[in-house]
Design a protein around this ligand. Sequence first.
Ligand code: BGC
Length: 354
Amino acid sequence: MVLIAAGCSSESGGSNDLSVGIVLPTKDEQRWVQDEERFKEAIGETDYTTEILFSQGSSAKEKENVETLISKGIDVLIITPQDGDSAAAAADAAKEEGITVISYDRLITNTDSVDYYVTFDSVAVGAAQAQYLVDNSEGSGIPLYLYAGAASDNNAYLFFEGAWNVLQPKIADGTFTIANSSEAEALQDKAELTREEMSAIVSQLTTSWDPNEAKNKAETHLTAAGDDMKGDIAILGPNDDTARAIADVFSQDSSVTSYVISGQDATKASIQYIIDGKQSMTVFKDVRTLVKDAMGMAITILDGDTPDTTGSYDNGEIDVPAMQSDVISVDKDNVQSEIIDSGYYEASEFTGLE
Ligand code: BGC
């Protein structure tokens, strides 16, 4: 049974003792609503009690949520930090109570209070986005517009690192010309970037994962761009929500003849954009797998056993044992097989599917 409590929380389970607390960043993005739905499905299959709370973009709210869950007696905390560094205090508070902390999708940084990390291969996400731009752009000197995620999200650096690994050689050999970043241009001869170097670029190109900020940046970039930076172009769209906002701006410019743009999350709105030819691709991160891994890990811990891990991630303080899963590049050609036939979404949720 799943009870929807007031505000942004949902509870399930039979006893009064709460076993697993789940804290997600925001209900305003379909990405995290997907996770909530998949958690609810998984929760229905366990005897342990769980509660899901949303931080709504606020680290203060996030800390409050963690405190609420601690006071309800949780043994395991599954948390996607709003801001990786700020969430360290919440993780520390949980740790002090002997709670096992699982970082979910985003890594909590600069604390030793994180026990496990359940994640997609985020470097592979950025690489898949970039590879799509490479494979679907023709000629040389192609204007390349770069955008990044939130500077407070460790994933933004992993995505960018993966993208840079693929794009940098193609910038160096003249296939692409960076159109919108003096910081990236200054570093374009460097195959491997330090965290500080990446930070300079990410700070300049950040969307803060906010479609409005993405839209404003894209407008500013297009206003500043000369005609030589228009025509057939490539755009590194960091995720689906920001990619649609950026694509909407570029599609309005009559000097932009065509654009290839990446995304990630396989959100419903972007799947429709892909079908309609308005967004080129998305990286499908099957949330069913991530939820299964996180809940599986939580149950293993509750049962008194040690969960399996596949590697580790440096969070600035410790190497956090991690369980990682793969991602899939999806465009018009495989949207039917990967997204519909796999049962992720129903065909009836979209129009124009062949
Ligand atoms: C997640 C993405 C998501 C983004 C914005 C990242 O940490 O990995 O899936 O689109 O945050 O919420």
